[in-house]
Design a protein around this ligand. Structure first.
Ligand SMILES: Nc1nc2c(ncn2[C@@H]2O[C@H](COP(=O)(O)OP(=O)(O)OP(=O)(O)O)[C@@H](O)[C@H]2O)c(=O)[nH]1
Length: 209
């Protein structure tokens, strides 16, 4: 088995939500705890990347600060590569209640089998860089170089590495109800996601009544 780190990005400002979305209660557990619970079966090394480490201490998860603060999500991606203990790194956002361990496992397999650097879902909306798997050794220098050149876009460095897109024909098998990439930026998004979870019993927390 290949060692997989999982980095949950939680360094954003949650401005549209108005409160720290990672810590909002999603059916009784903090959203970030839910994401960690869903992904721990595929992770050998799970950690949170944030600007405010103290807010997460009570969760008992490894928590890391952005290496370069205030650079946005690409700064979080750099920190994920730099701090991962495994050669392969799954990166997810803290606001995706339906993250898919199956998709990430498939990304890892595709990455390794093709000796690629990034394996990433590719839908009609484009790439999903915050639900993808990266090879630490090659992505770390490529992201560092992009940031040094002032690039802020999460995928600005993709032309420098080998990227495998996981297309919808495959995604539709792994995530038939298309839940994995739903993210919650506003209160409305959040409430809607809670309703979606209630309609999918397999998405409810264990022991939820
Ligand atoms: N580590 C880290 N993560 C970030 C940073 N900026 C955004 N993120 C994360 O990237 C993901 C997507 O970010 P957004 O949806 O824009 O979240 P946000 O910045 O908290 O939300 P808004 O303030 O409403 O735009 C979320 O998981 C954020 O926590 C950053 O500077 N560092």
């Amino acid at each position: 088995m290949n060692c997989l780190s999982v980095a949950i990005q939680a360094g954003g400002g949650s401005k549209r939500m108005g409160v720290n979305k990672a810590l909002m209660s999603f059916l009784g557990e903090p959203l970030i705890t839910r994401i960690s619970r869903l992904l721990s079966p595929v992770s050998d090394d799970l950690f949170i990347i944030t600007q405010e480490t103290e807010a997460y201490q009570h969760l008992g998860l490894r928590t890391i600060s952005d290496e370069v603060p205030n650079m946005g999500a690409i700064g979080g991606l750099l920190t994920a590569m730099a701090q991962a203990r495994c050669d392969y790194v799954a990166v997810v956002a803290c606001d995706m209640p339906f993250v898919s361990p199956g998709i990430l496992k498939h990304c890892l397999e595709i990455l390794v089998d093709n000796n690629a650097d990034v394996a990433i879902p590719l839908t009609m909306e484009g790439y999903e860089p915050l639900h993808a798997v990266y090879r630490k050794a090659t992505c770390l220098p490529a992201i560092r170089e992009a940031m040094a050149a002032g690039k802020k876009r999460l995928i600005s460095w993709f032309s420098d590495v080998k990227v495998m897109g996981i297309t919808e024909d495959r995604l539709s098998i792994l995530d038939p109800d298309q839940l994995a990439f739903i993210n919650t930026n506003t209160i409305d998004d959040f409430l809607q996601a809670v309703e979606i979870a209630k309609q999918h019993p397999e998405m409810l927390p264990p022991n939820f009544d």
